[in-house]
Design a protein around this ligand. Structure first.
Ligand SMILES: [Zn+2]
Length: 353
């Protein structure tokens, strides 16, 4: 990707399209050109308002953290629709792409006012692309992809919630990748690319943290001078790339770790619920049925015991009554107490034997 490197905008990106296609419109007929300072915007009259506000924003904030003020002229092509955007960018542009930067050409191609909502805030998207151009103006193709995207995303303030969520999922499901593995994630589908952007932003932030006062400026100077990321890092911050990587990994774990565990726990719970839920329910239903059977059996047993006790009592009474001569009364007439009462009855008379 040397002089004609192609960079995807914002939370985008996959295969670099052919640069020959990145020429913008074949003719400027039907397009308006606005120019201010080093920036010009080519757009249809329909995109005039957007073109004007993008031009204003680009000129109003034309410096980038750690970099000298850019001098390269920049052409911005606003595609009136997605079909035109694709035709200007050639094959290989992902469906979800919103803008492309061509540092070798000093050119940015982005979608106009009819861009899908997923394309993001156009001012931020443009700032992201301009950051790519500014970085390449100083360093050429020295930066690896992760640094390029991390820097542009950070500068444009594009860190997004879903990026963080994806990082958490990536952490929870795969473990944290190495810095050298980040570049592959950009071309590994939209989900992985989101994680790659968020992790790259963290890495660039971690580098800048090495010098709270000057941030990245010394490092950029040494990087250009030595042509080496590692040597630039050592001279600017006195730190090896291995140490940087270790710091990045541990801080990223701390920052996202709790959320990752939560994500992990939540995922785990869902999986457990899906696997064990039906079993638990069956068990619950079975338990309830068993309890009901036990309750019915208990009630039946009790009823039988009461019945048996009643029968035993009746037969005992019948036997006792049968032994008493001359009494044919019912058990309710006095029963076994009757003989003892006789000597002390109300008349006080002794019974004659
Ligand atoms: Zn980018």
């Amino acid at each position: 990707m040397v002089a004609v490197g192609v960079l995807w905008a914002g939370l985008l990106g996959t295969v670099a399209p052919s640069v020959a296609a990145a020429q913008g419109p074949a003719s400027l007929t039907g397009y308006e050109v606005r120019e201010r300072g080093r920036v010009s915007v080519v757009a249809t009259p329909g995109d005039a308002t957007l073109a004007e506000s993008l031009l204003m924003a680009a000129v109003a904030q034309d410096s980038f953290p750690g970099l000298p003020r850019p001098r390269q002229r920049v052409q911005i092509f606003l595609a009136p629709d997605t079909r035109t955007f694709r035709s200007w960018n050639g094959t290989g542009a992902p469906e979800w792409g919103a803008a492309l930067a061509y540092p070798g050409l000093g050119r940015i191609v982005m979608q106009g006012r009819l861009a899908p909502s997923t394309a993001g805030d156009p001012v931020r998207v443009l700032r992201h692309e301009l950051a790519h151009l500014a970085l390449h103006e100083l360093l050429g193709d020295l930066p690896p992809r992760w640094f390029d995207e991390g820097y542009a995303t950070l500068v444009a303030g594009e860190e997004q919630g879903d990026g963080i969520l994806t990082v958490n999922l990536a952490l929870a499901l795969r473990g944290l990748p190495r810095l050298s593995e980040l570049d592959e994630l950009f071309v590994d589908g939209e989900g992985r690319a989101h994680a790659a952007y968020a992790l790259s932003v963290r890495a660039v932030e971690e580098i800048a943290r090495g010098d709270p006062e000057r941030g990245l400026s010394l490092f950029f100077g040494y990087w250009k001078e030595t042509g080496s990321f590692d040597r630039g890092l050592r001279r600017a911050y006195g730190e090896t790339s291995e140490a940087l990587e270790a710091r990045w990994r541990s801080r990223t774990r701390v920052r996202y770790g709790a959320l990752a565990m939560l994500t992990d726990a939540t995922l785990g719970s869902v999986v457990l619920l899906l696997l064990l839920g039906p079993l638990w329910w069956q068990r619950r239903v079975r338990d309830r049925e068993r309890m009901e059977r036990l309750r019915r059996a208990d009630a039946e047993q009790e009823r039988r015991e009461q019945e048996q006790a009643r029968q035993e009592q009746e037969s005992l009474l019948a036997e006792l009554l049968a032994e008493l001569p001359g009494t044919g009364g019912s058990p309710a007439d006095g029963g076994e107490d009757a003989p003892r009462d006789r000597p002390q009855d109300a008349s006080g008379r002794k019974q004659n034997e």
